[in-house]
Ligand binder design. Structure first.
Ligand code: ATP
Length: 674
């Protein structure tokens, strides 16, 4: 990579908009390999070419590579299902919907269906070739249409892009060869479906971007970068992005000031939500003690509510609250605030009651902050925490303060930014001291997470019991001092461990799984789905790997609601990025778009030829088997997680390995489905 200066797409000249065909050529090269280093090299070479020839297009190029139109917090979604895409393909290529549906049934990949339709279509005139910026603009237009006839206009938007696609491709394209080659229609459709399926994970793009920037900057000085330069660049870009997950800010700053100076210009800023730090599950207090041996640690109650990140800037402060989503920023007393969910969505319309009170908890002298906390349903009469189910009954949008029935109390457990400075690198002890000094607790409205710094097994057991009595889920145990106790945005860290009350006899944690299919109910359940097929997610291959069927834990009402919700997203056949056994008797009656995430508990994990979870993680030495859940039970819908935030295949494999090492002497588990 260091030595090469060969342009991956030689036909484009400096200053010209990046040709979409160039990006698709890179995609097709990536699609032909599974080797991460080669993927990174293709990606990075193309980004270098963009930096050299048309740096203004670097941002749209990166966005199209990561299959996003904007950062998550901007709340921009395409909102397009399979049927709308099929309609657009049919209309733009003059083929009937029936023919498109038949093709989809046969080929099973809408991208290839579009490609086939385009290549059989006679070309009357040669449209102008697509550009990366034009495609992003077109997709943005499709995502943001609202109001009357929005669906029709979305279809029109797709048609427009499709008819201009592959203008450069002459002759017919053979869809059976080389996965369809560098077709624009194919990648356009895959973008609309939300999966490019290149094995190009976002963190691979981030690393490639860093490599490209280091090489590009060195070549401007006539130098070849060293391995250390490249590693430094990668680490700077990764840490910058974890504090300020916004390519819109980072890319222009990187092009202007150079990657090595990025940290100076791009810091955590109030108004831009960061991905929260997460915890690793544990199965026993002794496991916690082993992990933190000779280190200081602290235990906190693990509240069972909804995670919230609260950002605030006083009007008198020198800086302003950055604007993330259109209506995210709200006036609160003498300041402006916003509140975000675990996956960076704007919660201001859900919690106006929190925003209304916020300024009364802020001490004089506290000018700006970012708080990490849990909102929990609160019993005003009994003055105690209520179970999570109560919180779920609150409306999600357009809540009016005066209509709020379920009151919430905010339990703050971390502080990420205070009075103009990020404090994430400080130790937890220091952050906690700053947190306690900056706010006034108010009973039933705002409190600090209850904590205990004892380190004996008995003390922790007593504290765990107390947490359960106080309606909490268990404990969070955190490193307290030293650099390891810093706040690590977006990481599931071993410096935070969770002990849930009901782990102690189970597998260590519940799982968050995606619903891919369902089976028609029998007996009392004939009018609804009686059981469902669930999957975990493999972010490296971008594939949903099936892990169990589930038919337990649903009330009749829940089954009815789920039936209503899921029947709207049925699809004709499984997506090509679903991995499930092919045996006919194991197929669900209906398949769904990957949209909903459910929390599920299980007795234990076992190997099964029928499921695919973790099959690439080396759990079955003989190969072929995946991991499955035994006696899975539905707990709740996880609205705060997107499908690609579901429990990963690697996490499932980790749970399985942990369980196996504990149960080594008990003999193999048997495959025993519901
Ligand atoms: P789950 O919430 O199901 O345990 P998760 O993947 O959402 O899983 P984890 O990292 O596993 O998140 O658990 C941490 C979660 O617990 C946080 O996201 C937060 O919502 C909640 N929580 C409650 N109390 C605390 C606390 N004192 N410190 C940190 N997180 C807490």
């Amino acid at each position: 990579l260091k030595g090469t200066t060969k342009d991956p797409y030689p036909d484009w000249k400096a200053g010209e908009p990046v040709p979409y065909a160039g990006l698709c050529t890179t995609f097709s090269l990536i699609e032909l390999t599974t080797k991460r280093l080669i993927i990174m090299e293709h990606c990075s070479l193309f980004l270098r070419q963009v930096m050299r020839l048309t740096p203004d297009d670097l941002l749209p190029t990166v966005l199209l590579m990561i299959n996003k139109l904007a950062p998550d917090y901007a709340g921009i979604e395409l909102g397009i299902g399979e049927s709308l895409i099929m309609k657009a393909i049919g209309e733009s290529t003059g083929r009937s919907l029936q023919v498109i549906k038949a093709d989809q049934k046969e080929i099973g990949d809408l991208g290839l269906v579009a490609l086939k339709s385009r290549s059989t279509q006679p070309t009357m005139f040669k449209p102008k070739p697509l550009t990366v910026r034009g495609v992003l603009q077109g997709l943005m237009g499709i995502a943001t249409v609202t109001g009357n006839g929005a669906q029709g206009r979305k279809v029109d938007g797709i048609k427009k892009l499709l008819s201009a696609s592959d203008a450069h491709n002459t002759g017919k394209i053979d869809i059976t060869k080389d996965k369809g080659g560098p077709s624009e229609a194919k990648y356009l459709i895959r973008f609309l479906e939300g999966k490019l399926r290149l094995g190009l994970a976002e963190r691979t793009v981030l690393v490639s971007l860093a490599q490209a920037a280091v090489c590009h900057e060195a070549s401007l000085k006539g130098k070849v970068p060293s391995t250390t330069d490249i590693e430094n660049g990668e680490s700077i870009l990764k840490s910058t992005y974890s504090e300020l997950p916004s390519y819109d800010v980072i890319i222009p700053a990187m092009m202007e000031h150079g990657i090595m100076n990025l940290r100076e210009y791009c810091k955590l800023r109030p108004g831009v939500p960061l991905k929260p730090m997460l915890a690793k599950p544990t199965k026993a207090i002794t496991e916690v003690l082993d992990r933190f041996e000779n280190q200081t640690f602290t235990c906190e109650y693990k509240y069972d509510g909804e995670r919230a990140q609260i950002h605030y800037v006083a009007k008198s402060a020198p800086q302003k609250l950055s604007k993330s989503a259109p209506d995210a920023n709200k006036e609160v007393g003498n300041g402006v605030a916003s509140i975000f969910s675990r996956n960076s969505e704007d919660l201001s319309k859900k919690y106006p009651d929190i925003l209304a009170k916020l300024s009364t908890w802020v001490k004089d002298g506290t000018q700006s902050f970012v708080l990490d906390c849990e909102t929990v349903a609160w019993d005003v009469d009994e003055k105690k925490v209520l179970p999570f189910q109560q919180l779920m009954t609150r409306k999600k949008k357009d809540v009016k303060v005066e209509d709020v029935k379920v009151k919430v109390c905010v339990f703050a457990f971390d502080l990420l930014y205070l009075n103009g400075d990020a404090v994430v690198a400080k130790s937890l002890r220091e952050r906690r001291d700053l947190l306690h000094a900056a706010f006034n607790p108010v009973e039933g409205e705002f409190a600090f997470a209850t904590c205990m710094d004892g380190r004996e097994l008995d003390e922790i057991q007593v504290f765990l019991d107390e947490s359960v009595k106080a309606s909490c889920e268990g404990l969070m145990v955190k490193m307290l001092d030293g650099t390891e106790s810093g706040y690590e945005p977006s990481k599931r860290s071993r410096n935070w461990l969770k002990i849930k009350k009901d782990y102690l006899s189970g597998v260590g944690d519940s799982l968050d799984l995606v619903v891919l299919g369902a089976y028609y109910g029998k007996g009392k359940r004939t009018s609804v789905y009686g059981a469902f097929l669930l999957a975990c997610y493999n972010p490296n291959s971008e594939i949903y790997e099936t892990v169990c069927n589930i038919g337990t834990g649903f009330s009749e009402q829940v089954l009815e609601d789920l039936h209503k919700q899921l029947s709207e997203i049925t699809i004709a056949r499984p997506k090509p990025f679903y991995s499930h056994s092919t045996g006919g008797q194991h197929q669900p009656d209906v398949w769904f778009e990957p949209r909903f995430v459910w929390e599920v508990k299980t007795a234990d994990l076992t190997l099964s030829p029928r499921y695919k979870a973790g099959s690439h993680e080396g759990v079955d030495p003989a190969g072929g088997k995946g991991i499955s859940l035994r006696f899975p039970r539905f707990i709740k819908v996880r609205d705060d997680k997107k499908p690609d935030e579901a429990t990963s295949s690697r996490q499932v494999a980790e749970m399985y390995r942990k369980q196996e090492s504990v149960a080594k002497n008990k003999g193999p588990a048997v495959d025993d489905d519901f």
